[in-house]
Design a protein around this ligand. Sequence first.
Ligand code: ATP
Ligand code: MG
Length: 382
Amino acid sequence: MNILVLGAGQLARMMSLAGAPLNINIISYDVGSEKLMHPLTLHIVDQSLPEAIAECDAITAEFEHIPDDVLTLCSSSGKFYPGKQAIKAGGDRSIEKALLDKTGVPCAPYQLITERAHLETAIENLGLPLVIKTCQAGYDGKGQWRIKVDSNVDQIWSEMSAFLAAGSADAPHSIIAEQMIPFRREVSVIGARDKSGNMAIYPVTENEHTNGVLTLSVARAVSTDIHRQAVDAFSKLASEMDYVGVLAIEFFDVDGKLMVNEIAPRVHNSGHWTQQGTLCSQFENHLRAVAGLPLGTTEAIGPSAMINVLGQSVIPSDVLMVSNVTSHWYGKTQRPGRKMGHINVVAESEEALGEKLIALSAFLPEDDYPGVAQRGRDLTQD
Ligand code: ATP
Ligand code: MG
């Protein structure tokens, strides 16, 4: 079976690795260069997009910022999953918020902004501090502003209005203001839904962000109430979209109540631990769903963690001395802060996971890998 993936980054690469044992071949369409390529070797495939669409058995995407004409072309083939509507919901916060409102899934109180007066209303109604996000084109905390009591609102507005002005009639730009949520922690849930509506949902993952970028994920037991809320949000959103594939939902945990931060209509960084922490990773389950195969188990083998490798030129090979640790390198050109790879670790117990993280922290300097040592200590003391 051949699956065309829109995007040629690490997520397509990991789908390719997961697909091989299933006899699923992945070909990537790099949206930037408009070329088809092999996601592992990046060798160019001499084919046009319409040819690739005609030849493949299914189409999916590894990210949501895809030109509208490409989405429409893929949609018209009738084999695009999770489909244009879901990709749009993940790529435009105004559509995403409308979906959350429609399904009654709680999210941060917000206000849509397309002119200055809306910003004043947001400050008045939502209060300060505010988190301001571009509705289109943001990722890894980019395209965001924070407005605090002492912020220069005129300065921030001039940057916001530049973004609004960069939109066009065909592709209008908008901005959203959200109340700053005093969350206790951030968690995410990742699950798959197949073409018949069956769902397979992984355990909730706790996520630590540093400067708006995910640095560490830990999958361990959470309360049944948190699990229930996460599964409920997943079922409502996936069913509403008649979703096929893996869907990720990021939440703020506010005193035990989950509030959606955002959804990602694709495999997600906070689900990378499933490569070793379960028998069927998010990448495999995504391909299974899209290919019309039965979904696989989402049960965790044991408490697991994923450490992001950001901006490094290499993963220290010493980490492999710690048992049950695997290193995943994406083969991308190094840039400061860029997601270059990740490290997975799975353990028999939370305490053992803590010990492994402490052992790993000896090879992973705190400045480059924030939170690893602290999380290790927390897990051993819980
Ligand atoms: P990514 O691509 O990494 O998911 P993003 O650019 O899509 O990032 P968000 O997930 O919306 O951006 O925000 C990044 C981080 O900023 C969040 O994980 C959270 O730590 C913080 N943040 C975002 N919105 C709020 C909010 N309303 N209140 C408090 N913190 C927030
Ligand atoms: Mg996010």
